[in-house]
Design a protein around this ligand. Structure first.
Ligand code: SF4
Length: 428
């Protein structure tokens, strides 16, 4: 077990933060077992701050761990089978849609491939050398939620009557495809080649760094030639801008997916326990989502109303009108030394003001404690950032304030949401 601030967190790699130690639990494909979520809820309630953070790679974080409790916490996570390989603690970054195998738009169910990839990744010690941020996406070709650039991605595309996986390296689409039967072989070999190229050119094992090396993409394609077939494939994918909240039909008769709002991407221990119980009661899968949310994969339609009532009572609403839709905030003053403002309190206050309103698709707000903007992905409609003299504010990319009070900035954001004159002077 290591403790330090020079590395990316894992279960065995605790990072000190202002509120205590922080651990990150990798959850390949966001596929978490209900019992595992139940265990994490108990550990968070007894040894942490009673909250569980969902990250934008659909992993989980526990905060505010005291050093004397670390060993017990790690023991509990290992007992729940959340660390199948000690040496692969931080390299199981496998991304998949939370609607894999469920949504009607999905072309292929990637869940079995995610499991196979994780098993084979953790069985080979060579992959322990991958960068802790190295991510591999297996996408079923439905709605594309990932806001991150995955180092390697296989995205299902239809070509005539057949479905293949298109290879992307460092976010760049190629005109190469692989069958689903060889998809995992291809992904693992691409990861091996990435390691070799990174070693040779002494660069981090990251997709974008690799494709920037002249000739490296050609080397990669040559190394993968036994898996890949050239074909003309799409080079632009629309990223889904709307955060899914609510009930959606599945491809399975009589079953619906339930996606509650998770305010600021943090589950309270009690909420996590409830989700775990509902998942077990209805034998539904639980999937963590890259919009820092969670999906109950397949709930019987006859039970959806009852489940909705239970979730709503626990603060996990389904109507998208709790004010938190599209709203993100970083750890803020209680969790990060760098924070210049209590951004989470501001976010809660703003959510109260926005509650009850219909949020427009793609409308997002980010509130950050400093210029690093850790919780922001791909910009935001409204960007509020704490500084030494208040908050700066950008609306639709236009700077409208540099030292606003929180109240004035929030007022401008609410006005912007109403489509009023967002360029109004708000410094006060
Ligand atoms: S944005 Fe700044 S204040 Fe917020 S968590 Fe990141 S480093 Fe800390």
């Amino acid at each position: 077990m290591r403790v330090g601030d020079k590395f990316c967190p894992g279960i065995l790699h605790a990072v000190p933060a202002k509120d205590g130690l922080l651990l990150r639990i990798r959850v390949p494909g966001g596929l978490i077992q209900p019992d595992q979520l139940g265990v994490i809820a108990e550990l968070s309630a007894t040894l942490g701050d009673g909250q569980i953070e969902i990250t934008s790679r659909a992993n989980l974080q526990l905060r505010a761990i005291q050093p004397q409790d670390l060993a017990k916490l790690v023991e509990g996570l290992i007992a729940a089978d959340l660390l199948p390989s000690r040496e692969h603690d931080r390299v199981r970054n496998i991304i998949a849609s939370p609607f894999a195998g469920l949504d009607r738009q999905e072309l292929l169910d990637t869940v079995p491939l995610v499991r196979e990839l994780d098993d084979r990744l953790t069985a080979d010690s060579a992959f322990a050398e991958l960068h802790p941020k190295f991510s591999m996406a297996l996408d079923g070709g439905g709605r594309w939620f990932s806001r991150e650039t995955d180092d390697l991605a296989l995205r299902a595309v239809r070509a005539g009557d057949e479905v293949f996986f298109q290879l992307l390296v460092g976010g760049e689409p190629s005109d190469m495809s692989v069958t689903s039967a060889r998809a995992v072989d291809c992904m693992l070999e691409a990861a091996r080649i990435s390691l070799r190229i990174a070693r040779q050119f002494e660069i981090p094992v990251r997709g974008r760094r690799i494709i920037a090396v002249p000739g490296a993409t050609a080397t990669m394609m040559e190394g993968l030639s036994e898996f890949l077939t050239p074909c003309t494939l799409p080079h632009d994918f629309a990223v889904e801008v709307e955060t899914p909240v609510g009930i959606s039909p599945t491809r399975h008769a009589g079953l619906a997916s339930v996606s509650p709002s998770v305010p600021l991407g943090r589950l309270q221990a009690g909420q996590a326990r409830l989700l775990s119980t509902i998942s077990k009661d209805y034998e539904s899968s639980l999937r963590l989502a890259p919009w820092r949310g969670i999906v109950l994969g397949a709930i019987p339609e006859r039970a959806v109303r009852e489940v909705s009532i239970q979730l709503d009572a626990a603060g996990l609403s389904l109507d998208g009108k709790d004010g938190y839709r599209g709203l993100s905030a970083c750890a803020g003053i209680h969790g990060c030394d760098a924070s210049l403002g209590d951004v989470r309190a501001v976010a809660v206050s703003l959510a109260r003001q926005l509650a009850g309103r219909e949020i427009k698709p793609g409308w997002t707000v980010n509130i950050s404690g400093c210029e690093k903007r850790c919780a922001m992905r791909n910009g935001a409609t409204a960007e509020m950032e704490a500084n030494e003299s208040g908050y700066s504010l950008k609306l639709h990319g236009v700077s409208v304030a540099s030292h606003s009070s929180p109240a004035a900035a929030m007022e401008a954001i609410v006005a912007c949401h109403k489509d009023q004159d967002f360029a109004a002077e708000v410094d006060s």
